[in-house]
Design a binder for this molecule. Structure first.
Ligand code: UDP
Ligand code: MG
Length: 315
């Protein structure tokens, strides 16, 4: 098979029909030898029915359904594991990433690139807050991590089979897929595009999910926050030294030592630093624990075309 398209869908009942129409158009040149995989991330609306309807209309569409909502990155992983194509194209269900860019990406890949990722030249229909946090996040992440993760990119990309194989060989459960592709290496290149507004529905990334996504990325690609504790220790020693000088001078000059106010400040300053470093350590230890459980990332409860399974399909 030449081409697999993989789309994670969570509560996208309104987007799916439009998505499928545009995708079927976009993959026309390869349609003889292609598949469109829609991975339903345990949606609570009629997304699965929409996927089944799409499959009935276009046999090129395949659906898989996760047994529960596991998050964008895991749903995408499930789709990627189901993909059989030599080249794999991934995008969001809400059509923020235009599928029409596929021929350009295919052309780049013909020139020998293994990963062609979309770079957002502009984002439409997103809040100023989202744009600002995304802007800061990609820059902060790059300062901290040793891997050069392309700025302002999403998971919107075309990848070769061997690049995908590399990413699927990484067993971590806290997944940050765009970073994993960057880490995998191979020849990569970005293609600029304008990120449209959602076609329907609302974002499935509330602030809490964004925060979790960001910590997954940071802890997955850097241990620098852990080393920060040492630097903070030096900083606190330095502050203590300054305070000592101050106390000493005021004893000599005014014959009085400053009272409880400075004591209170010092105590809260140092306990703040201690709690912060403990919290950072806790973040990593929690992740160690979760990874060490070795749980499967997801289970499939349904697949289009498969005879109604008596038992849930286990991956
Ligand atoms: N998504 C998912 N599971 C989730 C949350 C989101 O599969 O728990 C999918 C969603 O359907 C969409 C993609 O991930 O295809 C990106 O989500 P969204 O468009 O809401 O994020 P945003 O573009 O607002 O960052
Ligand atoms: Mg979106």
């Amino acid at each position: 098979m030449q081409l697999s398209v993989v789309v994670p869908c969570y509560n996208e009942e309104e987007s799916v029909p439009m998505l499928v129409e545009r995708l079927v158009q976009a993959i026309e040149p390869w349609a003889q030898d292609a598949e469109i995989i829609l991975a339903d991330d345990g949606s609570s609306d009629e997304t699965w029915a929409a996927i089944e309807a799409a499959h009935a209309k276009y046999p090129v569409v395949r659906g898989i359904r996760l047994s529960a909502n596991r998050g964008h990155q895991v749903a995408l992983t499930a789709g990627l594991e189901a993909a059989r194509g030599a080249r794999i194209f991934m995008l969001d269900a809400d059509l923020q990433d235009p599928p029409e860019i596929l021929p350009d990406m295919m052309m780049m890949m013909d020139r020998g690139y293994d990963v062609v990722y979309g770079r957002r030249a502009e984002r439409q229909g997103e809040t100023l807050f989202k744009k600002a946090t995304a802007y800061l996040f990609y820059r902060f992440l790059n300062t901290l991590s040793d891997v050069d993760i392309p700025k302002d990119t999403g998971d919107f990309r075309l990848v070769s089979r061997r690049a995908l194989q590399a990413v699927l060989a990484m067993p971590e459960r806290a997944r940050f897929i765009r970073g994993m592709f960057a880490w995998a290496g191979y020849r990569q290149i970005g293609l600029e595009y304008v990120r449209d507004a959602r076609v329907a529905g609302v974002t499935k990334y509330p602030f809490r999910a964004m925060l979790r996504f960001a910590t997954d990325a940071l802890t997955g690609f850097s241990t620098k926050p852990l080393k920060m504790a040492t630097r903070l220790a030096f900083l606190s020693l330095y502050v203590t030294f300054l305070m000592a000088v101050y106390v000493f001078l005021s004893l000599i000059l005014y014959n009085t030592a400053p009272g409880w106010a400075s004591m209170l400040l010092a105590i809260s300053f140092f306990s703040g630093i201690q709690l912060l470093t403990l919290g950072i350590m806790g973040e990593y230890i929690g992740r160690l624990y979760m990874e060490s459980k070795q749980r499967p990332m997801y289970f499939l409860s349904e697949e289009t075309g498969a005879a109604a399974a008596a038992d849930p399909v286990n991956i």
